[in-house]
Design a protein around this ligand. Structure first.
Ligand SMILES: *Cc1c(COP(=O)(O)O)cnc(C)c1O
Length: 349
């Protein structure tokens, strides 16, 4: 297996990181005349803490890691992009992805001129471990696994994830954007065990903070140091850090929200399964449902006309005639169901 040093792009390994005004100094000080800020203002006039120490302190107990193992970014999309730039040389290296899956891996690869080698999931939306491992070569640097997977909603078997982490000679990224809705354990438990593992989580889904753009990469300290070296110095702004810190003071709302969303998800499954045009509702460990229907495009268009937007995934590999529906509020789901029932009456059987 290649060492971290062998996997990192040589130019990243050898570059000098930007040294921000405040990170050069260590100790106590009361007058800061080092960063050309407007010193007359007293709120938001200062640059944010580049390493977000206070916020990370609040996150430590949630993920049972220390802050040297946590990277915070402008959404986990930033972490996806930084991973590509740390490990993959444009025009030369490749990533492995397991479609159907989250679209940003491919977008970010394209943007960085990195080849995306796709090894489709099987009919149960599980990885074909042997095929994935057989596809690796000296150019494949990162394997992306999404669990629970978007858009299919299912957990990837933990056993398969571990086989991939053990067998892949490169960085394995497990994107756990929806982990809080799942009953399956997080792969964060393996960070001490596997130096090639990176787990992505986000505050955009269960935490209800998509608007502040905050996501994280969790990994061994050596990998996090690389993130810190490559990231823009002030990638998480003061407003985001403050708001997130406030929200983490009391976890009751978060837990209540997750519980409520899970109740609504089950209710939605019951209701949708009574519709005659619904062929299949895929098992979900997330806050959305993937359903197979008759004539997905027509249903999608009909809902758009009703002012209801869902995600049409019918052109995606292995998702023929599939629609992805986010679990809404009780009221939103009721309106959705009322419209779908009305639609159901218009079609002939
Ligand atoms: C929504 C989502 C993300 C979140 O990205 P952010 O940039 O943190 O908002 C990441 N991965 C997957 C699979 C997602 O569905």
């Amino acid at each position: 297996m290649r060492t971290l040093e062998q996997l990192v792009c040589p130019h990243i390994l050898n570059m000098e990181a930007y040294s921000s005004a405040r990170s050069e100094f260590k100790g106590k000080a009361s007058i800061f005349l080092d960063a050309n800020e407007n010193t007359i203002r007293t709120t938001y006039n200062r640059y944010p803490d580049p390493l977000q120490a206070n916020l990370k302190q609040a996150i430590e107990p949630l993920v049972q890691l220390n802050q040297e193992q946590i990277f915070l970014g402008n959404g986990s999309d930033e972490a996806i992009d930084l991973l590509m730039r740390i490990f993959c040389i444009g025009g030369q290296d490749a990533i492995l992805t397991l479609p159907p899956t989250y679209g940003m891996y491919n977008v970010s690869a394209s943007l960085n001129a990195i080849k995306n080698i796709e090894i489709p999931l099987d009919a149960n939306y599980q990885p074909n471990v042997a095929a994935v491992l057989a596809a690796q070569n000296e150019r494949t640097k990162i394997l992306f696994i999404c669990s629970p997977n978007n858009p299919t909603g299912n957990d990837v078997d933990l056993e398969k994830i571990e086989q991939l982490i053990e067998g892949f000679d490169g960085i394995v990224v497990v994107d756990e954007a929806y982990i809080h809705f799942s009953t399956q354990a997080s792969c964060v438990q393996w960070i001490g065990k596997y130096p090639n593992l990176v787990v992505l989580q986000t505050f955009s889904k269960a935490w209800g903070m998509a608007g502040i753009r905050l996501g994280m990469a969790l990994a061994n300290a050596e990998i996090i140091q690389l993130f810190n070296k490559v990231k823009p110095p002030y990638n998480v702004n003061v407003l985001t850090q403050e708001y997130a810190l406030g929200q983490l003071q009391d976890l009751r709302i978060f837990k209540e929200d997750v519980a409520n969303i899970l109740v609504e998800r089950e209710e939605l499954i019951t209701q949708l399964s009574a519709l005659k045009f619904v062929i299949k509702i895929y098992p979900s460990a997330a806050n959305f449902l993937l359903i197979k229907v008759e004539a997905a495009n027509q249903i999608y268009q009909y809902l758009v006309e009703q002012g209801i937007i869902i995600r049409n995934r019918s052109r995606v590999l292995l998702c023929d005639n599939c629609l992805r529906i986010t679990v809404g509020t009780k009221q939103e789901n009721a309106v959705l169901m009322q419209r779908l029932k009305a639609y159901s009456k218009t079609i002939l059987v």
